[in-house]
Design a protein around this ligand. Structure first.
Ligand SMILES: C[S@@+](CC[C@H](N)C(=O)[O-])C[C@H]1O[C@@H](n2cnc3c(N)ncnc32)[C@H](O)[C@@H]1O
Length: 291
């Protein structure tokens, strides 16, 4: 089974099998408008019969979409560039400084081509917790993550960046066997049709409690979640299928209290960033409009 080689905040690798088991057995085309690292998509691609199905994958992050497109159409050049980046990164002992220098070079690149996609892959996989974060000027500014991922206590000097060339080539081969399209889009621009399946894994509501206090969290995330709820309702009205994943909140459950929606709650144990021993139970909710 091929897993995504890109580290992505909110990635669903560990629970992909469980989430994919909630998909309908039959449906038309597949849409995933919050693709990120693509764990759900890849698991599903390799574990079902797809026949003539098309896959429409999208995300608002231009770099992740450009990376997926490079894996699909230009994997040899991507691997060559990654080997070059590896040699730069491992050439000097102070890996943290190297990371920061390479990040500055990346921020000078204006074209979303294979070269930039390779540097992006390196940065995200070397950054803290697979974080893809940009400042207001659009510069990638996630901090170096090397030390927090060094489980055996080795220092910065021994950290390496491994180019997963076999995985990238196999991934490219896999994508070439299906009708797969990657686009940089806001999820609201994604249009599915009757009978299609839309799987939505938006960023989590930054809230761990049960009842939302509007002053306690980011208003932009609140807006996004209202829009996601509206979007799901539209899919339902047009006769499509949707499956939405998120943290459980009573507000989200209330939005889908109509009997035609199926709400599934699951407890998951998560490891929180920066504290490798900090494992916490979270309650997840899955909402779907089919049984
Ligand atoms: C929780 S992550 C998805 C993780 C993915 N399922 C995986 O396993 O890697 C959420 C994604 O939503 C994307 N995103 C945030 N706002 C968006 C929007 N308005 N439209 C489309 N994508 C958006 C982010 O770039 C991020 O990749």
């Amino acid at each position: 089974m091929l897993h995504t080689p890109i580290k992505w905040l909110g990635g669903k690798q560990r629970v992909a099998k469980e989430i994919v088991s909630l998909f309908p057995l039959e449906y038309g085309d597949y849409f995933e408008p919050f693709l990120g690292g693509g764990s759900l998509f890849l698991y599903h691609l390799q574990n079902a019969q797809h026949d003539q199905r098309k896959f429409f994958l999208s995300d608002l992050n231009k770099d992740i979409i450009s990376w997926w497109n490079s894996v699909k159409t230009d994997v040899d050049a991507l691997i060559d560039e990654l080997r070059f980046i590896k040699s730069l990164y491992e050439n000097h002992d102070d890996r943290k400084k190297n990371y920061q220098n390479l990040r500055s070079v990346f921020n000078l690149m204006s074209d979303y081509d294979t070269r930039r996609a390779a540097w992006f892959f390196f940065l995200v996989n070397t950054a803290f917790d697979g974080l893809s974060r940009y400042n207001k000027k659009g510069e990638f500014n996630a901090a170096f993550g090397g030390l927090s991922h060094s489980r055996h206590g080795e220092g910065l000097m021994r950290l390496t960046f491994d180019v997963p060339q076999d995985c990238l080539k196999n991934l490219s081969d896999l994508l070439s066997q299906f009708d797969v399209t990657f686009n940089c889009l806001d999820f609201q621009q994604v249009k599915s049709a009757t009978g299609d399946l839309v799987v939505l894994d938006p960023p989590y509501v930054p809230f761990q409690g049960r009842k939302i206090d509007a002053s306690s969290y980011n208003p932009q995330a609140f807006k996004l979640h209202n829009e996601v709820v509206e979007y799901c309702r539209k899919i339902d009205v047009t006769g499509g299928y949707f499956l939405l994943c998120n943290h459980f909140t009573e507000d989200l459950a209330d939005e889908f209290s109509d009997a035609k929606f199926v709400l599934i709650r699951r407890e998951h144990t998560k490891t929180f960033s920066g504290k490798s021993d900090s494992r916490q139970k979270t309650l997840e909710i899955f909402v779907r409009n089919f049984s």
